[in-house]
Design a protein around this ligand. Structure first.
Ligand SMILES: Nc1ncnc2c1ncn2[C@@H]1O[C@H](COP(=O)(O)OP(=O)(O)O)[C@@H](O)[C@H]1O
Ligand SMILES: N[C@@H](CCC(=O)OP(=O)(O)O)C(=O)O
Length: 344
């Protein structure tokens, strides 16, 4: 029987010390827990920390984008060496996987990534993914590694997605951990304040937003404290942190990929009639488009927002937006076929 997949994400704030150095104690602890789990699960680790590990080699480091890239180039091998060192006592090798956004937007390339991971798992090797900061450009960057972890979890059909964090979980206004969130709605999202740690990119807003996407795609997501004893093992059992429950879904794996991994190019706003049609799983006709918010080519993926500007779906375009705008009568033009629309 195939082992279930779990994706575990470690942010910069989780694996660095207060001084901004890699926290080897944390890496050691990760290795100890992952060694227990890997018998039962196929595991992907998504780890930040390259910039933190590399920045001390750049005199007068001020955190500009280009300095971050240089720091990542220096820090990535150091980060991986540290993981290697602490996994070795468990006879576990680790493998580096540097990802860019377009590896996810192109389905055949994405499937190659999946095949490589399967080969690694078959050989008892644990992939450690990180964004390929050295070459990623601003426009196509992942927003942070919370996004990368989510794209991997959704695209691979993971059973659980665990986000470690520097705090014990999602905290309420009194500073107490919220033990579970049934549905990540507006109210749940508002728990995240705008503050974040000094080293990480994402913070809690990002974790909750991506946990929302994962749960909408049927994956259980847990936000847990890296400094909780046996935090990984306990969060997997729902015994610590904030458990975000998966929503029932029948979306096929191709459409999950469409909803999460694809590069969303453009965006349209639709009227109420079109929204109702989409909810009934109909195709999107151009006549229901109120406005084109940003352009897309035929074959590209665009977002659909409703009259309240809430994203309700993503879809693959049958026709490009510029041509469509020039057509007077859009009555019978199908902008996206029902099979190529994923409701969110
Ligand atoms: N409701 C909340 N509960 C917990 N942390 C929150 C909340 N709102 C904002 N935060 C911020 O999010 C940070 C946690 O994310 P962190 O572990 O720094 O992320 P990263 O993985 O991006 O490095 C906390 O240190 C805190 O500053
Ligand atoms: N790729 C970068 C980390 C990006 C980042 O800071 O992400 P996160 O800490 O998850 O918000 C690195 O390895 O340092």
């Amino acid at each position: 029987m195939k082992k279930p997949i779990i994706v575990i994400k470690f942010g910069s704030a989780s694996i660095t010390t207060a001084e901004g150095e890699l926290d080897e104690k944390v890496v050691k602890d990760i290795a100890k827990q992952v060694a227990v789990l890997h018998q039962k699960y196929n595991i992907v680790l998504v780890s930040s920390g390259a910039v933190a590990a590399g920045k001390k080699f750049i005199p007068k480091y001020a955190g500009t984008l280009i300095e971050r890239k240089a720091a990542a180039a220096i820090g990535n091998p150091l980060l991986l060496q540290t993981y290697s060192r602490y996994f070795e006592p468990y006879n576990l090798a680790i493998a580096q996987s540097l990802c860019e956004r377009h590896h996810f937007s192109n389905r055949s390339q994405f499937l190659q990534l999946k095949k490589t991971y399967e080969e690694l798992w078959k050989n008892n090797i644990i992939p450690v993914a990180n964004e390929n900061d050295v070459v990623s450009n601003m426009e196509l960057k992942f927003s942070d590694n919370d996004e990368l972890a989510t794209l991997i979890a959704v695209g691979f059909g993971a059973e659980q997605l665990l986000f470690s964090t520097s705090v014990p979980g999602v905290l309420d206004e009194k500073g107490k951990v919220v033990p579970e969130i049934r549905v990540i709605d507006k109210e749940a999202l508002s728990l995240a304040r705008t503050d974040k740690s000094s080293v990480g990119l994402g913070g809690m807003t990002s974790k909750l937003n991506f946990a929302r996407l994962a749960t909408q795609m049927g994956i259980k997501a847990v936000i847990f404290g890296i400094r909780t004893e046996d935090g990984i093992l306990k969060s997997l059992k729902g015994e610590t942190g904030t458990v975000c429950h998966p929503q029932p879904t029948k979306i096929s794996s191709r459409n999950k990929w469409l909803a999460s991994g694809s590069l969303i190019r453009g965006s349209v706003q639709v009227d109420e009639g079109a929204q109702k049609a989409l909810e009934k799983r109909r195709s999107l006709l151009a006549v229901g488009v109120k406005s084109f918010l940003s352009d897309f080519e035929s074959g590209e993926v665009f977002q659909i927002v409703n009259e309240k500007n809430i994203v309700i779906a993503v879809a693959k375009a049958k026709i490009d937006s510029k041509t469509l705008k020039t057509i007077e009568s859009r009555q019978n033009i199908e902008l996206a076929h029902a099979d190529d629309i994923v409701l969110l």
